[in-house]
Structure formats: C-alpha cells, structure tokens
Design a protein around this ligand. Sequence first.
Ligand code: ADP
Ligand code: MG
Length: 259
Amino acid sequence: MSDKINLQKEIKAHESADDFSIGRNLSFAATEAYKRLRASLIFCLPKNENKNCRVVGITSSNMGEGKSTTSFNLAYSLAESNQRVLCLEADMRLPKTSKRLNLKTTPGLSEWLVGEVADINSVIRKIDSNLYILPSGSTPPNPSELLSSAAMRHTIDLLSQAFNFILIDLPPIGAVADALNVAELVDGMILVVRREWTTRRSLASAVRELRLTNARILGFVFNEATESTQKRKKYKGYTNRYSDNYYTQSPKKDPGQPE
Ligand SMILES: Nc1ncnc2c1ncn2[C@@H]1O[C@H](COP(=O)(O)OP(=O)(O)O)[C@@H](O)[C@H]1O
Ligand SMILES: [Mg+2]
C-alpha cells in the first residue's frame, strides 16, 4: 500500500481506539517500562551544567502510534523522579492529552503564540506537584506557521527557565511539516513506533526527513510491544541508542494499517 495518508480513515481509527491508561492508572508492567524509558532518556541527554532544561520532541510517522500517550506517561514518570516537567501539547490539529485529563483546553499554546494571552502562567495547568501541561488551545488555521515562528522559539526559551524537562507532544511527520519545524528547537527527538501499525516504509521516510533537519534522534519507543522479543526483530534495523516496550493493557487491538 502506498504511504499516502488517508486522513479520514486515520482520524477515525485514532478516535475509535480504546484509550490506554495514563499517569497513575498504568499497570505495573507499563509503569516499569516508562521508568526504563525515563532512565534511557536521562542517559541519552545527561544534564548540562550550562543548561538546566532538556527539551525533547516526541513524534512518529503517523497518527495513532502513541505520541501523546508516550509524552504524558514519560512526563509523569520524570515528574515522579523529582524533575519539574512540562508536557507541551503541540499537536494543534489533534490535541488529546488535555481532553483525556478533563482539563480546560483553551486558552493554550495557540492563543499564547498569537498574543491573545499576556501571561504564560495562565495557559499552564498544574497536574501534580512537579507535573504541568500546556494544552494546545484552539486549532488555528496555520499550526505549522505558529510552531515555526519566532514566538515559539521564545516560548521554549522562556519555559526552559522554569522546567527541568519539556516534552513536546508533536504531530506526526508523515502528515504535516510541524514536527520538522520544531526539530531545531529541541535537544533531541524520540520516535514512537507502534506494533502492527507503523509500516517500515513510513518509519524509514520519517527518519529520512528528520535527518534532513539535523535533528538528533535520541531513539525509538516501541509502543504496544508484547513481551515476546520476536516481534521487535521486525524493527531491528531501526533500534539505535535505546528502545523500550509498553505492554498493552487490553487484548483488544486497534484496526491498524495494512502494510
Ligand atoms: N500501548 C498501548 N496500548 C493500548 N492502547 C494504546 C497504547 N498506546 C496508545 N494507545 C491508544 O491509541 C490511541 C492513540 O494514541 P495516541 O497517544 O493519542 O497517539 P498519537 O498521539 O500518536 O496520535 C489512544 O486511544 C491511546 O489510548
Ligand atoms: Mg497525539
């Protein structure tokens, strides 16, 4: 099948998927997997004495692969280890996390970037003592432009003064240029790959596009992996510095994409 995205089908699949637990409701196995991911991330991006904040983008080749789930659960895990963390919802077309957490979604990033909001604190929601989320806000007509604007760069600089980690939940690379536009603002990118969902071709193309941006690919998260390591062999050409498994909580599977 061609890699061209059927947006309607993708959105439907995305919306009809069962919601995986997030944050404190995760299973023991999933919590442990996110802790391993946290350790790998800290290992990949050691603390820099000149810079108190590490900025990480989370993206993937397509929708529904688990970027938002990974961003929030990794943020949650980092916050539990006493890091002050912000989860920045930058997928302005399909925001998910703030809705799942029943947070007020506006005003958010889009309102802040266009200057409708004067104080950045008024768009940041506190989830826990160390965990904060900046929701995407209302969907603007020009998300790509907003994400590549000088205002976005300034925002990351500003937020970097207040957090130890900023995890940017990005749109997929295959659909729009947004994630690529943000690549130069981050210290590194994590690519999420979902079992029986991500095609080799779309992953290879996402990696190619990211490499063109000089983004530092920190590694890959293999989402919804089973305990069988056999399945991971399928992706072994792509596992580089780290990868991790999230065990699915429900046997019910998303329809996925045919290869
Ligand atoms: N490991 C997993 N097991 C089961 N369901 C998952 C898993 N990861 C994500 N999901 C579900 O798949 C859907 C898409 O995940 P999401 O994180 O929103 O993807 P993306 O941000 O890449 O579009 C959501 O309903 C989410 O709850
Ligand atoms: Mg998402």
